[in-house]
Design a protein around this ligand. Structure first.
Ligand code: FDA
Length: 508
């Protein structure tokens, strides 16, 4: 049986100290709460009712990390690994069913070493995307980049483990598609590399979701070429529902089928003003303004793009802009700018939604609480990679992803259930317009509404069949191979969470 939290904390501290790990914090320490809260992005999981860990361990080296895993197991504590803390469901620093646990926080493992000659980099998992972009962009020259998400405080650990989509993904695919080696700490604390880990395991850690297969200590990344100058824009359009629905409708034929060097996403908030709706477009083109204008005025004249709305910048400056920052130095600031209470869900669209249906969707949204939809274009390189090459299966035939979100402030906390309820009914409303059988979802937009493991449920709530009910929505048939990989590397299910991949024949 698991130890009581206080006893467990005592046990783990002596184990850590005897292994030379001194950088950890217990609940009695003044550093504990600031450390625990330091990278909590979603304030829903900072509320007093949420169970707290018996210790937060901050490994300073790979060896510390290995000891942390061994000591947590010796003290019968569950392990939660945190890189950037941006899990939508707080899975990197919470447990279900009040299971005693430790957080192994990789914030101190954030070194990035770039080798321009081979166009590769080793990044420790605790590095944020901003820290990776900063290191790559300042390694000399403007023409190397890394393909991953736009928010600078997202951690490499969780992000790459679940795929990692961003503004370069139509040209160079996901962060996980650009991983060429990794160091994985297994349940015994051993460090495995691509050469020494099972092929199924190396496949699984590149998109099968964080927290299931061990702790990825570091990733070897393929860097990608970009021009010295690229074109960027963020523009807003406002108007009556018919106008916005018209733009949304047209975008579906443009965003996913532009040439690979184009990224054009759109974001639509729920709130309208004076009866008008608004939407914004984010664009990045690996080419000149002239090239961007020539293609976009042809393919999307309805957007009415003006050359004065475009600017030419380096890829690094583009990363600063799309992270909402003001300087290159800000990329290394790990403190999230906006911390909110929020809930998100996701979908994929395979066939364009009609303009009439777009009107219905926008009308539904304008009766909702503060929230938004974000439409991210696939196509290009995303569609050319086979759906079983990595665990991430949403490839050819997937036009775009939808991310739905609602958010609220502390002053509205008593309305949280109402807002989340609205989001769920909106998701139900969207069913006819999105992918089916299964209704697909993106594991990095983690959504516990899709189902959860019940690890303490003796009636077998943890079965592979049960987990398949959401696992196939994230991974389709790749789910089976993920279960095989899990069974090889972690048959005892040391690394688990509410939606982790279960091993075969495990019923505890
Ligand atoms: P966190 O530390 O919370 O970890 C997430 C999960 O991975 C947890 O289960 C954790 O245990 C596990 N994990 C963490 N480190 C690990 C490691 N080293 N080894 C094994 N498991 C590990 N996505 C996207 O594709 N494109 C985007 O542009 C964005 N943008 C974005 C903006 C904002 C504001 C948020 C909050 C989220 C996104 N995301 C995103 C989603 C993001 O990719 C997703 O939440 C990642 O899992 C976050 O990774 P972190 O390391 O920050 O999270």
């Amino acid at each position: 049986p698991a130890l009581a939290p206080a006893a467990a904390a005592h046990d783990i501290s002596s184990c850590l100290l005897s292994n030379g790990v001194s950088n950890f914090s217990l609940p009695s320490s003044p550093s504990y709460t600031p450390l625990l809260d330091s990278s909590i992005r979603n304030l829903r999981f900072e509320l007093p009712g949420v169970g707290k860990p018996a210790a937060v361990i901050l490994p300073a080296s790979k060896r510390d990390l290995q000891s942390a895993v061994v000591c947590a197991r010796a003290a019968s504590l569950a392990i939660r690994v945190r890189s950037g803390g941006h899990s939508y469901e707080g899975l990197s620093y919470t447990t279900e069913n009040h299971v005693p646990f430790v957080v192994i926080d990789l914030a101190g493992l954030n070194r990035v070493r770039v080798d321009r000659r081979s166009a590769t980099a080793w990044a420790e998992s605790g590095a944020t995307l901003g820290e990776v972009y900063h290191a790559v962009g300042l390694s000399g020259g403007r023409n190397l980049a890394f393909s991953a998400g736009s928010c600078s405080t997202v951690g490499m650990g969780g992000h790459t483990a679940g795929g990692g989509f961003g503004l370069l993904s139509r040209k160079y695919a996901l962060a996980a598609d650009n991983v060429i080696d990794a160091v994985l700490i297994d349940p015994s604390g051993r460090a495995l590399t691509r050469a020494t880990m099972d092929d199924d395991v190396f496949w699984a850690i590149r998109g099968g979701g964080g927290g299931s297969f061990g702790v990825v200590y570091a990733w070897k990344l393929r860097l990608v070429p970009v021009p010295d100058n690229i074109t960027v824009f963020s523009i807003g359009r406002t108007g009556p529902v018919e106008l916005i629905a018209g733009l949304m409708h047209r975008w579906q034929y443009v965003g996913p089928s532009l040439p690979d060097e184009f990224y054009l996403s759109t974001y639509i908030p729920t709130r309208s003003s004076n009866g008008n709706l608004s939407m914004s477009f984010t664009g990045q083109v690996l080419g000149t303004k002239r090239h961007a204008m020539a293609v976009l005025s042809q393919t999307f004249p309805e957007l009415g793009l003006a050359e004065s709305e475009l600017s030419e910048v380096s890829w690094l400056e583009s990363a600063v802009k799309f992270a909402g920052l003001s300087s290159v130095a800000d990329l290394t600031n790990r403190q999230p700018g906006v911390r909110q209470y929020s809930k998100s869900k996701s979908d994929y669209v395979r066939a364009p939604i009609s303009k009439q249906d777009a009107i219905k969707i926008l009308r539904y949204m304008s009766a909702g609480p503060e929230g938004s939809i974000q439409l991210d274009p696939y196509g290009g390189a995303m569609a050319r990679i086979g759906s079983t090459v990595t665990p991430f299966p949403h490839r050819a035939g997937y036009l775009y992803s939808i991310q739905y979100g609602v958010s609220w402030k502390a002053s509205e906390i008593d309305r949280a259930d109402e807002y989340i309820g609205w989001l769920r009914s909106f998701y139900t409303f969207m069913a006819p317009y999105v992918s089916k059988n299964p209704r697909a979802a993106y594991v990095n937009y983690l959504d516990l509404d899709l189902g959860t493991n019940g690890w303490k449920n003796a009636t077998g709530g943890t079965s592979v069949a049960h987990a398949a009910s959401w696992g196939e929505r994230y991974f389709f048939t790749n789910f089976d191979r993920l279960v095989r990989a899990k069974s090889k590397v972690d048959p005892e299910n040391v690394f688990n969470n509410a939606q982790s991949i279960p091993p075969l024949h495990y019923d505890r």
